[in-house]
Design a protein around this ligand. Structure first.
Ligand code: ZN
Ligand code: ZN
Length: 344
């Protein structure tokens, strides 16, 4: 089953673009340069189209709520001052590929790298090479090794690789890149408890390129790890004390679209953390090629009621709670003595 949440119909996009284009040309010819300059600001800046792909349910209530998370983010984008228009498709990839027509950025919030078939991989690759932005969130950054090497590295600069990257649940103090639009309006520290993967496989591991960058970093330490889980390994241990990119980007600057990865988003409640949400909204707007507002993308507070909208499998009389300080005071789990052979 798949559905669309739309504010405006897809079919309006193309005619609207044509009308705006004609209006611009006429403004230029008929009204002269001064009037044209005035028209440019109001007419020519077509909204950037963002398509969020929400994967099917896979976890318990409140975890991997891809659809509810996408809808909450899309709603925030559509109500914001950013010049974007967001739609959500669930569950998984559209069968009708015309859904990608005119799209400026695809945001994939889904398990296992979005589980793209070859047709989708090739379609996205063609579009990214022509300038479409692409962003993966949470388990979305974790494809197979082969797909990671072939696509995720070149698209976004990094990805989760089993046996190399790790997936503990921990309390991270994230710092967003301050000299970058994605850092707009964000404080030096964004604290959250999440399944923050780290030690990504990087396209340019030494950072010796102009194209790849971390957009938000945090430093894991044993005191911050609340749960070591299935994919823990010795590389996770070796990274303690070293800043890790929890959000990263690639911008090759050759006409190819921007790419972003963000490891957060396991717990749905974290979307209620204002700066966590703003970091993500800023990144989505940036990856679509729109201007990130100076103070970042502002959005309404997420109430408990709002947080519980659109859940895949809501539990009666047990709503998801807003994040609490207690989550940030959880005790660390005993550090595994044999990380190399760690299993759940
Ligand atoms: Zn690079
Ligand atoms: Zn997860």
């Amino acid at each position: 089953m798949s559905s669309h949440q739309t504010r405006k119909r897809t079919s309006l996009w193309i005619p609207l673009t044509l009308v705006l284009g004609c209006a611009l040309i006429m403004a230029g010819y008929v009204l002269g340069p001064r009037a044209q300059a005035k028209e440019d600001t109001t007419v020519t800046q077509a909204k950037k189209k963002i398509l969020l792909i929400a994967g099917p349910p896979s976890h318990g209530n409140g975890e991997h709520e891809f659809r509810a998370g996408c809808m909450l983010l899309a709603d925030a984008l559509n109500k914001s001052t950013a010049n974007v228009e967001a739609k959500v498709h669930w569950y998984g990839w559209p069968k009708d590929l015309s859904a990608f027509d005119g799209v400026d950025a695809v945001i994939v919030y889904a398990d296992a790298g979005g589980k793209m078939n070859e047709q989708i991989q090739e379609l996205l690759d063609t579009k990214v090479k022509k300038g479409m932005g692409i962003m993966f969130m949470h388990y979305g950054v974790h494809p197979t090794k082969e797909v990671g090497e072939k696509y995720f590295g070149p698209w976004t600069g990094a990805y989760f690789e089993t046996g190399w990257s790790v997936n503990p649940h921990w309390i991270a103090d994230m710092t967003a890149k301050q000299d970058h639009p994605v850092g707009n309006g964000l404080p030096n520290k964004i604290t959250a408890y999440d399944e923050f993967y780290y030690n990504m496989r990087k396209l340019h591991p030494k950072g010796d390129c102009d194209c790849c960058m971390d957009l938000a970093v945090a430093t894991p330490t044993p005191e911050k790890i609340v749960r070591y889980i299935n994919l823990w390994n010795e590389h996770g241990d070796a990274c303690f004390g070293t800043p890790q990119g929890l959000m990263w980007a690639r911008e090759p600057g050759n006409g190819q679209g921007r790419g972003v990865g963000f490891v957060g988003g396991h717990y749905h409640r974290n979307w209620a953390i204002d700066d966590f949400r703003k970091l993500t909204l800023n990144a989505i707007v940036w990856v679509a090629g729109a201007e990130v507002p100076k103070d970042g993308v502002q959005s309404e507070k997420i109430t408990e009621e709002k947080l519980n909208e659109n859940l895949d499998r809501p539990v009666k009389d047990k709503p998801i709670k807003l994040p609490t300080d207690a989550l940030l005071k959880q005790k660390p789990m005993k550090r595994p003595e044999d990380p190399k052979n760690y299993r759940r």
